[in-house]
Ligand binder design. Structure first.
Ligand code: NDP
Length: 275
């Protein structure tokens, strides 16, 4: 009997990743036999660990913190979304042994908001907190989804400026200083793309940012998102979502790249939400 295909997610730390559970649930929908494991690699170990995984027949890998830029750098081919973000969360072996990099973060977030939560992003004035890898992954997708303006605010302002420059749409994309948040007025969409929650560092945000019908979204999920979502609800947000739906949607894109089939994300999302 042939061995099941081998998949993995690389990160550091990675033990608590939901990706194995998500991909195994997708595979069950189609009767696909696969093994999906977590591989903890430090930045110094990452490239050798990835090369070793694919040399041993690995059929696909997800990549998460802190390796997304390194995954992009080591790939031989890069999708348009990975290229503009400068980072990759999916590595796929090509027939000739080279590696292709994709970034599914932006599409995953937009699909979660527009299809699962049925929010129309067109015309929204959006504020994005953070300018790291996830922010780079989602910024272009938000603009593609029709947000009218995107204001990027990052603790380190130079990184926000670099992202705005890379996007190159000065009429729609602006940067402001973190210390000026209380003076910025209100937004229709607020995306928390900082890792403050994951690091256990609370954000002190003024309620005045939250517009009357605002959607507030934390890319983090679980306990890491509790503080931001509580702030959003207290400030009167109409919707407050965490990043669990985005995680499931980004996994579905990777699954389709590897298996050529589109899984039904809703039962998997509901099962994770329930637990
Ligand atoms: P990065 O390390 O690349 O970027 C972190 C960002 O957070 C930087 O902009 C950093 O600012 C900012 N930041 C960190 N701590 C603070 C703080 N105390 N106050 C203000 N800003 C802070 O991380 P990622 O972009 O990869 O990840 C960001 C978040 O997105 C994480 O919570 C991650 O879990 C989540 N994520 C969720 C996904 C999903 O599928 N749901 C997918 C990808 C990411 P500075 O530049 O000043 O350091």
């Amino acid at each position: 009997m042939s061995q099941p295909s081998q998949f993995a997610v690389f990160g550091h730390p990675i033990a608590h990743s939901l990706s194995p559970r998500i991909h195994e649930a997708f595979a069950r929908q189609f009767g696909i036999a696969l093994e999906y494991r977590t591989i903890d690699a430090t930045p110094a170990e990452f490239v050798a660990a990835v090369r070793g995984f694919f040399a041993a027949g690995g059929a696909g890998a997800n990549v998460t913190l802190p390796h997304k830029a390194a995954a992009f750098a080591l790939a031989d081919e890069r999708s348009a979304a990975a290229t503009r973000a400068g980072s990759a969360n999916v590595l796929t072996p090509l027939a000739d042994g080279r590696l292709a990099a994709h970034n599914t973060d932006g599409d995953g977030l937009v699909r979660d908001l527009t299809e699962r939560h049925r929010v129309d992003l067109r015309g929204h004035d959006a504020l994005m907190l953070g300018a790291g890898g996830a922010a780079r992954g989602v910024a272009w997708s938000l603009l593609d989804a029709g947000v009218q303006t995107l204001t990027i605010v990052n603790r380190t302002p130079e990184t926000a400026d670099a992202l705005a420059d890379a996007i190159g749409e000065p009429a729609r994309v602006h940067t402001r200083y973190w210390n000026d948040l209380a003076d910025l007025g209100s937004y229709d969409l607020i995306v928390n793309a900082t890792s403050a929650g994951v690091l256990g560092e609370g954000l002190k945000l003024p309620p005045s940012l939250v517009g009357a019908r605002a959607l507030c979204c934390d890319l983090a999920y679980g306990s890491a998102a509790i503080g931001f979502l509580a702030w959003a609800r207290a400030a009167g947000a109409r919707y407050a979502f965490d990043g669990l739906g985005m995680l499931v949607e980004t996994a579905a894109d990777a699954f389709e790249l590897w298996h050529g089939r589109r899984p039904d994300t809703e039962p998997v999302y509901q099962a994770l939400r329930a637990s």
